[in-house]
Design a protein around this ligand. Structure first.
Ligand SMILES: Cc1cc2nc3c(=O)[nH]c(=O)nc-3n(C[C@H](O)[C@H](O)[C@H](O)COP(=O)(O)OP(=O)(O)OC[C@H]3O[C@@H](n4cnc5c(N)ncnc54)[C@H](O)[C@@H]3O)c2cc1C
Length: 436
């Protein structure tokens, strides 16, 4: 074990967990390399599910993977902790002390030696320094934050239901800042929650008492996607009585309101920040590795960092160039999934002294899911490069397949089939919304 080449992957998210699973199955199992995963949390939930966890339409515990159990099954080691530094000269990462919920130190600061290091620590919301955002907004960067949001939402509904019962004013204003895919999909999930909750006893509060607004600084929602998609999404949100405000930058967030750039004040008792992302700030101080303004590590097309041949980075935390484009690979689960595949091949080749595999992003299109109502999207034709607009059940099928592909990468086809069946059964047995 001591002499084996040690591959350390930091971050067990959409990309990192897929990579470490393939490496464990191929190299760890046969004793060809030692594979370790370091993650700040004990469990993995696929990030694109977080808005469903927040609204209660998905029970996260049924979709949570325990790293230790998964590591044992797939022949890699798991280390719980948050990477905080790097010592390139001695080829070691620094892992910050691990503390329990009361702040007591459980494990002190450690160092972990690597031969090859892969950084896949994802991204967090970027509030662009907007005054009040950190104090008064909710974020959806982690399972913990999604669960906190869910509890606050249930309490807000309960409070407003009681006020309605007392004959008091009881309007609830929820604002989502940022109309990218996350903001738009969250709005639809929240509308569903506001319609379903009265079924479960909060029958004094009506869905029409809950005002949901999506606020976007650009002149249309989903600004990064084709105009046709954005028009279809706007129509769908309006159909669901979600207010869509475009061309309206927020300049300040207050406890119960938003101040817009033109000085208007909008009431908002719950505000969610979903506008833009940045990579974790510690990456910008990582022993001389190059980063961009969004803290993303600069990598070559092989996903190797520009300053160190033994360190790779991918997923949201890396800026990977694309041939014939001045934009890096977009920060999406789809990209992280494809990069995990390419890096797996590169790391296997590396052990045999062979060439690295250059990564080319293959955009399969974009799909926006409006909870149980509908799905709209565009699929890219592989050969023609043209996109095809789809909606409804077919679009929903493609949308769900992205998560199923992630599950197949982590569990294999057979187990994914069993999980799918169990999901169906538990959805039939349990209330449509998580009520606690
Ligand atoms: C609500 C929501 C909906 C989305 N929907 C879609 C969608 O429909 N389609 C799509 O393509 N993309 C979607 N995305 C984007 C997608 O989730 C990300 O692009 C994808 O998860 C990036 O994968 P990753 O592996 O780079 O990082 P992540 O999946 O974020 O994983 C990062 C991992 O690193 C760990 N970590 C972080 N810092 C440290 C540290 N210092 N030390 C150790 N571990 C650390 C974290 O605990 C986490 O496990 C969505 C995102 C959100 C928030």
């Amino acid at each position: 074990m001591e002499n084996l080449h040690h591959i350390v992957v930091v971050g067990g998210g959409a990309g990192g967990l897929e990579l470490v699973t393939s490496l464990g199955n191929k190299l760890g199992r046969k004793g060809k390399a030692r594979i370790s995963l370091v993650d700040a949390g004990l469990t993995h939930v696929w990030k694109p599910l977080l808005h469903e966890v927040a609204s209660g339409s998905l029970d996260a515990s049924a979709n949570e993977i325990n790293y230790r159990a998964h590591a044992r099954k797939h022949h890699y080691e798991f280390q719980l902790g948050r990477m905080s530094g790097l010592d390139r000269a001695n080829k070691a990462i620094v892992i910050a002390p691990f503390r329990d919920e009361e702040g007591q130190e459980v494990v002190p600061e450690r160092r972990l030696h690597y031969d090859t290091l892969v950084i896949a620590v994802g991204s967090t919301a970027n509030d662009f320094g907007t005054p009040g955002a950190q104090d008064h907004c909710l974020f959806l960067d982690s399972l913990k934050q999604a669960r906190r949001f869910h509890n606050l939402m249930l309490n807000a509904f309960l409070r407003k239901n009681h006020e309605a019962l007392q004959g008091q004013p009881h309007a609830l204003n929820i604002s989502i800042i940022g109309a990218g895919a996350t903001g738009v999909e969250l709005a639809a999930e929240l509308r569903l929650a506001s319609r379903e909750l009265p079924i479960y006893g909060m029958n004094h509060l009506k869905s029409s008492d809950v005002s949901i607004s999506v606020i976007e600084a650009a002149d249309r929602i989903l600004p990064a996607l084709p105009g046709r998609l954005s028009a279809a999404a706007t129509r769908e949100l309006e159909r669901q009585k979600v207010k869509v405000l475009t061309g309206q930058p927020v300049s300040e967030v207050r406890e119960n309101s938003l101040i817009m750039k033109d000085g208007t004040e909008l009431p908002s008792e719950m505000t969610i920040w979903a506008a833009g992302i940045k990579a974790p700030p510690f990456l910008a101080e990582l022993d001389g590795l190059e980063t961009n303004r969004g803290n993303q590590l600069l990598v070559e097309q092989t996903l190797k960092t520009t300053k160190d041949a033994d360190i790779f980075a991918f997923g949201d935390c890396a800026a990977c160039p694309q041939p014939e484009s001045d934009r890096p690979v977009p920060p999406r689960a789809q990209a992280a999934h494809q990069q995990a595949d390419a890096l797996f091949k590169t790391l296997c080749n590396r052990l045999e002294g062979k060439e690295a595999v250059p990564f080319v992003y293959n955009d399969h299109g974009s799909l926006i899911n409006f909870s149980k109502y509908t799905t709209v999207g565009n699929l890219m034709g592989n050969l023609s490069g043209r996109s095809m607009y789809i909606e409804g059940k077919v679009a929903r099928l493609f949308y769900v397949s992205l998560y199923r592909m992630h599950q197949v990468a982590l569990h294999g086809f057979l187990r994914t089939g069993v999980i799918w069946l169990m999901d169906k059964i538990s959805r039939a047995m349990q209330p449509r919304l998580k009520l606690h």
